[in-house]
Design a binder for this molecule. Structure first.
Ligand code: SAM
Ligand code: SF4
Length: 486
């Protein structure tokens, strides 16, 4: 895991060591501690704070978890709590966690162990997010020094839960999964300086046989289109020019209002908000990926030319066992639809290796899929058995060493594809939203519309948050190098 500089919120990018998708997660901006979110209230120095009413929030997980932490901070800041940079300065320590793979869930408990003695200092220790939802009250048994457990659908209740603890309760929980309260949670601080995240759909109604999300985030609930557009106008007024719409299956969005706005219409409506220059969305499910989404990207340059379309496996047999609801051929039809667009849309994906019963022949099909699709990036994972999931009890588990071997082979194949692809971009000019400034003089970084990291040189005095034209002059598997041309 890689610590990410994100204001005062300690954030970790999900299992980067398993991912070729590094490119799509962190750039120089993540390494540059000098960056500060625009809409962030000033953080108070530790000595200015009394021990009551201060919180420290640490986050592990995906973008949705990161955005959840922004909402938690928003709820607490709006109730007068103050956010601090260290557990020592806090009266409440929150740990917002991911449980998508066992390794991530285990990390939670080892981290909680480190907080153990803090309880004796009178601090409240709370577990939030997917692990909270999944383990529920069992967390109190494994870590009795924890006094608050709250899943993502109940964050608005946090001040109330804290009040209950302060009035003498020893243990409190917020574990409902079918509320949509989190949608309208205040977001008063955003940890990404140049990109505003917005959840448009919560939970998941798919039933992939390996996945805990339907258990930890509950059923699918879409947010009203007017509420989404209202928030987009707010972030645009606050100075953000790029928004990223989030959902476990973002393109399954179904507007609950009479307006019945389709996902592709929503993309265009968001792009139309004055001040917005880029619209991103993740994660798309192949089953619900339709021609009108490609048409929206083609029609509106502000909708970014990048689709993250997780495939999970190249073998139709494994896809059936995973209950992914599409075959290899069906997935490739979606790829062909995207490739037929007028714009050169970058495609990235998620892949699981070592699913129970995955044969060498199945795995070869995943390798050949990489060759066929030529992804711009992949996030790759070893299958991890998760509680309550059907795959947990499937026969023919693949040994850990074999999973590691397949993962290494997959990543090596993808590395070759990425280096060849990135080299083919040399000489082209890209619009880059500048989000990082190196300590080295004249070195900057940012993202292209296709979400490639561009490291570049410029003699300009200040570029952060601006859009510049950069000509690519060199390439690595994970980034482009270039020079500022306008
Ligand atoms: N909703 C998205 C989709 O349908 O592709 C994915 C959301 S999930 C949070 C992100 C990725 O984690 C998945 O695409 C999958 O590759 C990986 N993942 C989920 N469960 C896993 C498991 N049990 N073992 C390994 N990887 C897993
Ligand atoms: Fe999990 Fe499948 Fe839902 Fe994605 S679509 S969140 S992998 S159940």
């Amino acid at each position: 895991m890689t610590p990410k500089a994100a204001g005062a919120v300690a954030t970790y990018v999900l299992d980067c060591e398993e991912s070729m998708g590094r490119t799509f997660d962190i750039g120089l901006d993540a390494l540059n501690g000098s960056l500060r979110p625009k809409a962030e209230p000033a953080l108070l120095a530790d000595q200015d704070l009394s021990r009551r009413g201060t919180f420290f929030l640490e986050t592990f997980g995906c973008q949705m978890n990161e955005h959840d932490s922004e909402k938690v901070a928003g709820v607490l800041l709006a109730r007068g709590y103050q956010q601090v940079e260290t557990p020592d300065a806090a009266s409440v320590i929150f740990y917002n966690t991911c449980s998508i793979r066992e390794k991530a869930a285990q990390k939670v408990f080892s981290r909680l162990g480190e907080f153990r003695e803090k309880q004796h200092e009178g601090k409240i220790i709370g577990v939030l997010g997917c692990v909270a939802q999944q383990e529920g009250e069992d967390i109190f048994k494994r870590a009795p020094w924890v006094s608050l457990v709250c899943g993502s659908a109940s964050y608005r209740k946090l001040p109330e839960l804290l009040a209950q603890l302060e009035s003498g309760n020893h243990r409190v929980t917020g574990l409902d999964t079918d509320t949509d309260e989190t949608f309208e949670t205040e977001v008063t601080r955003r940890d990404h300086p140049w990109r505003a995240y917005l959840t448009i759909i919560e939970g998941c109604d798919k039933a992939c046989s390996y996945c805990v999300v339907p258990y930890t985030r509950g059923p699918e609930r879409s947010r009203a289109s007017e509420a989404i557009l209202r928030e987009v106008r707010q972030v645009a007024d606050a100075g953000y020019t790029e928004v990223q719409l989030l959902g476990q299956t973002v393109n399954s969005y179904a507007d609950p209002t009479v307006r019945k706005m389709k996902f592709s219409e929503l993309l265009l409506a968001v792009a139309d908000v004055p001040g917005i220059r880029r619209v991103r969305f993740t994660t798309s499910h192949p089953r619900d990926f339709t021609q009108d989404i490609v048409d929206a990207i083609d029609a509106e340059p502000k909708v970014c030319e990048h689709v993250h379309l997780p495939v999970q496996s190249g073998s139709s047999r494994v896809l059936r066992e995973m209950q992914r609801t599409y075959t290899r051929a069906g997935y490739l039809e979606k790829i062909a639809m995207i490739r037929a667009a007028k714009r050169a849309i970058a495609i990235t994906t998620d892949i699981i290796v070592g699913f129970p019963g995955e044969t060498d022949a199945d795995f070869d099909q995943t390798l050949s899929l990489l060759d066929e699709v030529q992804y711009d990036g992949i996030f790759s994972f070893k299958y991890s058995p998760r509680p309550n999931t059907p795959a947990m009890s499937m026969p023919d588990a693949i040994p850990e060493e074999e999973k590691s071997r397949r993962l290494a082979m997959l990543q090596e194949r993808q590395r070759e594809i990425q280096i060849a692809h990135n080299k083919s971009q040399i000489g082209k000019t890209f619009e880059v939203l500048v989000s990082g400034k190196s300590r080295r003089e004249g070195q900057w970084s940012g993202y292209t519309s296709s979400h490639k990291v561009m490291n570049f040189t410029s003699q300009a005095a200040e570029l952060l948050g601006t859009y510049v034209q950069v000509k690519a002059t060199d390439a690595t598997p994970n980034s482009l190098q270039g020079e500022h041309v306008a």
